[in-house]
Ligand binder design. Structure first.
Ligand SMILES: Cc1cc2nc3c(=O)[nH]c(=O)nc-3n(C[C@H](O)[C@H](O)[C@H](O)COP(=O)(O)O)c2cc1C
Length: 191
């Protein structure tokens, strides 16, 4: 799968980290781009982002990359975490940086775009921007964890969101807890 993973300046660098940890960069073509604010938030929330070998990193303002053009064939893009600023600019059609331009391209080409907003509470502006993206075909997958698998660690909690992203991508997801099909509910999940 050819995949763009973008991170913007919402809290939740750990969602990005756990996603990178669980997608195979040797069998998937993964392009990673962080906004300037994503880097600032990451510095606040983690000692370092561990980017697996094989993942290609790109600057936020470099438009000389394949995924900002509809002519380059990519399968999916994930923005995780997605700030309400990026979500709003995307809803307005802005393509002012490579993340926004790529997401705009994925929408116009009807390719899978998954946005993972992290903000609470929402204003009406946030809600309306979310509706606009849903109407345009995006998958809006808020960073809202679940607890019915009895998570034991922060990573376990985070994974309840990350597994939904991996499912949406259609990638192998062997660790995912699945309601009424796994026995992990009593014992928590493996990290
Ligand atoms: C420590 C920190 C945490 C933040 N958390 C959030 C958040 O959870 N959600 C959000 O929408 N914005 C959050 N922001 C604000 C965004 O970083 C800010 O709106 C920024 O302009 C987003 O830029 P970007 O979308 O280009 O990355 C946070 C900022 C900081 C410094």
């Amino acid at each position: 799968m050819k995949l763009v993973i973008a991170a913007t300046g919402a809290s939740g660098t750990v969602y990005l980290q756990r996603l990178l940890d669980q997608i195979d960069a040797t069998t998937n073509d993964i392009h990673l781009v962080l906004s300037g604010h994503a880097k600032q938030v990451a510095a606040q929330e983690t000692d370092s982002l561990n980017v697996p070998p094989g993942v290609m990193r790109h600057p936020e303002n470099d438009l000389n990359v394949p995924y900002v053009s509809g002519s380059a064939r990519f399968d999916a893009m994930v923005i995780v975490p997605c700030s309400m600023s990026t979500l709003g600019r995307l809803a307005s059609g802005s393509g002012e940086n490579a993340i926004l331009r790529a997401a705009d391209v994925f929408l116009k080409e009807r390719r899978k775009l998954i946005v993972v907003p992290r903000e609470t509470p929402w204003s009406l502006v946030h809600a309306r921007n979310v509706v606009t993206l849903l109407e345009a075909g995006a998958v809006v997958l808020p960073a809202v964890p679940s607890f019915y698998n009895r998570p034991r660690s922060v990573d376990d909690v985070v994974d309840t969101v990350v597994w939904r992203i991996i499912d949406q991508l259609g990638l192998p997801n062997p660790r995912a807890y699945r309601w009424k099909t796994d026995s992990a509910a009593e014992f928590g999940t493996q990290s």
